[in-house]
Design a binder for this molecule. Sequence first.
Ligand SMILES: [Zn+2]
Length: 470
Amino acid sequence: MPLIFLLLDGARSDVFDAPFAAGELPELARLRSDGGLYPVTTAFPSVTGPAYAPFLTGRFPGPIGLPGLRWYDREHTRCRRPPHCRSYLGSEIRHVDGDVDASAPTLFELAPSRFAAMSMLARGATAREQMGRDARLLWRIARTHWRGDAAAWLDIDRVVSLLARTHIAQRRPDVSFVALLGLDKTSHATGHTSPDAHHALRILDDLVGHVRGDLERAGRWESTHLWIGSDHGHSPVHTHDDLADAVRAMGDGHRVLAHPWVFTRRPDVAVMVSGNAMAHVYLEPARRARPWWPSLRGRWSALADALLERPAVDLLLLPHDARRCEVRGRGRGAALVERVGMRFAYRPLTGDPLGLGEPPPLDDIECHAASLPTDYPDALVQIAHLSGAPRAGDVIVSATRGWDLRARYEPMPHVSTHGALHREHMLVPLMVNHPIARTPRRTADVMPSALRALGLPQPPSIAFDGQSFM
Ligand SMILES: [Zn+2]
């Protein structure tokens, strides 16, 4: 059965509650009652781009090469020339497909036919099979982004909706992946429950209604899957803390490489913010091999302590090696997260920063269940995967509610943010148009479920991070 996946970028899991209670968004409400609506966890960092990877590869983003929206390439594997760093905002978006590990095939590569609209990851789709990478629309998007015009994103959503609907009706691809970015952009600019953000939901509702109508007229609605998901949530920001400036001012002053001024000579530290509520901090970036925290501790303990004193910093992750990561919570002590075979152990050292108590080693499903009611859903698994990823920082920061980590150079006002490990950012909605076999847990469940829906075998070489709900 063909699959149409609509990605509503930046939707918190409760995004439909108030509109549904008010009797709005009738097409989406009908979809929910036909199939279902579930809260699921996204991946860390909870940010556009990396958080698309679970939908399209079934893998968490860090280990397959997308540790953040911005990252520093210590090994110079992908960013061979100075300043050896990536930011997918702007023209470097073209590198996403190549940055993702070739051993993690995309849904587009595995499906017999495909259509990708506004997808940051589109490997496997030819130019004719994708939209949003053609020059005119890109130019318009770029102008809209750098002008900081959130409402213009709603116009882009309308254009994308119309073109996608037409493409799907005429070409009938096996897989269609359509991302609508207006909700995220308007949420940043005016808030997640603002009138502009609500407008973005209405555009999605219209698109669902039109796609459904087209398929019903063609007699294909019952034999088509239509799923709606999101890559991250949102929460209000009252204060911006500039992490790069803060690091510059620490100790005797550090030379810091950070966007947009990345041509810092001989930097001591690279600060790569995503979302803007998380950051990878790379220490001694000239070292080509990853140093890990135990060997950095002597010189950099004061920096870690100073970071954790900042109200903006909620959690500090200090990877000890590829399998172990120290987690410090501001005012809540430290714990060690460790991968033991297929299980994840959590050992409080001086406290319980993730609020998990002292559980025995858990498998990834038990981890999900144990962490779901806490403030950090799926944090154990997400921390283990990201901290051990080759391209991750030596110190990883997750911001406190109400704060983010970049004070300047945003083209748009940021009254709302995402990227962190807490609930508002990690829990997202997943809606399906037909009943499914079990309750979905993670956005990474979508890829194996999509293969099942399409009647395609799972390639034996791939170990997905999610499980099929079909
Ligand atoms: Zn965003």
